[in-house]
Design a protein around this ligand. Structure first.
Ligand code: FAD
Ligand code: NAD
Length: 477
């Protein structure tokens, strides 16, 4: 690495790509005394994605659900280098990463390449548009912090424009029709949050618009939330019905226009539905850098869903140096925060074991060099001791067998609006499905306790209290 990095030539260098669920969890666990550690991510913070939909409707302040990466690394045993940059290329043969500064302000240097001994690859995924016309231009996403902020601005703009004096009724109806595409957990949670806003705040802030807002959730498959048990799907559907959220299943979005969305209905007919806002929550795909990296291993990396890893999270084809985790991988696990964070913690522990093994190998090399120098005049006793030491180290190295990654599923939770949540929780060898207000309280406390820092817990708790006391913030930046 360059001179500015915390470089100790005695130690190996671990380069961590990304600052999301996988990489942040790794950083928390990793003993930085073992390595030179460099983190590269275009975001210099960790984003607590489960609460992103709450930001989109102004329940939470955007700053409450992010945590600077340096907040974690500053407490580490040795300095960790955090670089705000986007990795653009991984050269797996020469073990280098190239990255660029793609922020607004650039210095004279904005691109560089560094070497790694081990690469932790956790760049996540990006929004899948399926190249459907108009999605990129006319829909808002729900993936990054700026997406939620953008949605809040657009949503408030729809309300303010609908409230403009003399707006024709038809236009008011269009502006107040919110379409959410995707019946996965993101689309469901966002629809629930939108409903809460309308229920709790619209009447007092925009009395003239109350009752006129319509939410439609569009899902291509026959049912929403396929990962939840049947009874919770029915519970969600009936809660949405009570909340007056229309669910259109077996309906596919074919185009998103500036003022409407084009739907293919279950009977294959095409309908153009006027709307003010389209939120695209239709799933994710791999990033370009991931595809480029996979293309370098045409024989082993053939899964189109993402990077293939072995059960120790080593990338197939680059087992000696690249570990991949989270949404950029294709495994038998769902691409969730729960999986990514457990993988990160696992890798942190494995890297500690690898550091010990690397230490032993270095020691072995030294002893073998000594052995090669030993002359005939050396006392026999010394020679035997040297041989014994060498054998001892070899045995220790042979015993190095890190355990494979073992995922422990803690349950699946989702907020569905109206202070209700659903949860499929593993219990004994079965499953408990629960839905309702108590599950919602559990949902909140579960999230509060998993939020990374006391600082974030306090910020989120305070935001929730503020909303209870004063309502949501409807100002539009
Ligand atoms: P991410 O957390 O996405 O992190 C990827 C990181 O890589 C980011 O820091 C990004 O900036 C960085 N990066 C991107 N490109 C580059 C590059 N070129 N070079 C370097 N770094 C790069 N899962 C759950 O289990 N429970 C939930 O309740 C839940 N709710 C969710 C709600 C929403 C709205 C969303 C969008 C997702 C939710 N998920 C949930 C899914 C969960 O967020 C993902 O599975 C998780 O973020 C995956 O972690 P990751 O570390 O692989 O990727
Ligand atoms: P998803 O892939 O789970 O769901 C996207 C949905 O959009 C699919 O059901 C798909 O059929 C539908 N779709 C795609 N194209 C469409 C089109 N043209 N028209 C209509 N519908 C279309 O995506 P997600 O909800 O963002 O979730 C992504 C991952 O994050 C999942 O693994 C999920 O489990 C996880 N997540 C979990 C939680 C939670 O646990 N509470 C919350 C959010 C996300």
């Amino acid at each position: 690495p360059g001179e500015q990095l915390p470089f100790d030539p005695e130690k190996k260098t671990v380069v961590v790509l990304g600052s999301g669920w996988g990489s942040t969890s790794l950083l928390k666990t990793l003993d930085t005394a073992d390595y030179n550690v460099v983190v590269i991510s275009p975001k210099n913070y960790f984003l607590f994605t489960p609460l992103l939909p709450s930001v989109a409707v102004g329940t939470l302040n955007p700053r409450s659900i992010i945590q600077p990466t340096r907040y974690i690394t500053r407490h580490k045993a040795r300095t960790v280098s955090v670089i705000e940059a986007e990795a653009t290329d991984v050269d797996a043969k020469n073990k280098t990463v190239t990255f660029i500064d793609n922020s607004e302000i650039k210095g004279t240097t904005s691109s560089t390449t560094i070497k790694y001994d081990y690469l932790v690859y956790g760049v996540g995924a990006e929004v899948q548009t399926f190249n459907i016309p108009g999605v990129q231009q006319n829909a808002v996403f729900m993936k990054e912090l700026h997406d939620a902020e953008r949605m809040q601005r657009a949503f408030m703009d729809c309300l303010e424009t609908a409230a403009f004096p003399g707006q024709p009724t038809e236009e008011v109806d269009r502006l107040l029709h919110m379409v959410v595409v995707g019946g996965g957990p993101t689309g469901i949670e966002l629809s629930g949050e939108l409903h809460d806003f309308l229920q709790d705040d619209l009447k007092s802030w925009y009395p003239e618009l109350a009752g006129k807002v319509k939410i439609t959730l569009v899902e291509a498959l026959p049912s929403v939330l396929p990962m939840f048990s049947k009874q919770l799907i029915s519970y969600t559907e009936s809660t949405f019905k009570e909340s007056k959220i229309d669910i259109l299943t077996k309906t596919m979005v074919k185009e998103v226009k500036e003022r409407s969305v084009v739907l293919q209905m279950p009977d294959k007919s095409i309908q153009e539905v006027p709307c003010g806002l389209v939120v695209w929550a239709a799933g994710n795909k791999g990033r370009k850098i991931t595809q480029d990296l996979m293309n370098k291993f045409p024989e082993t990396q053939t899964n189109r869903r993402g990077i293939t890893v072995d059960d120790h999270l080593r990338m197939k084809g680059a087992e000696d140096s690249i570990f991949a985790l989270g949404d950029c991988t294709a495994t038998s696990y769902a691409p969730t925060a729960q999986v990514a964070s457990q993988q990160g913690a696992y890798l942190g522990r494995v890297l500690a074991q690898i550091a010990r093994k690397d230490g032993l190998e270095a020691e072995l090399k030294k002893l073998e060099a000594v052995k090669a120098q030993v002359g005939a005049s050396q006392p026999e006793e010394d020679k035997q001791k040297l041989e014994k030491d060498i054998e001892g180290i070899k045995r220790k190295i042979a015993n190095f067998k890190p355990r494979p990654f073992d995922y422990s599923h803690q349950g699946t939770l989702a907020y569905i609006g109206s202070d209700k949540a659903i949860a499929d929780l593993p219990f004994m060898n079965g499953n408990i499905a629960s839905g309702g207000v108590a599950t919602f309280l559990f949902w909140r406390s579960a999230y509060l306790s998993t939020l990374f820092s006391l600082r974030n817990r306090t910020l989120v708790g305070t935001d929730w209290l503020k909303v209870k006391l004063f309502g949501r913030d409807v100002s539009r930046e």
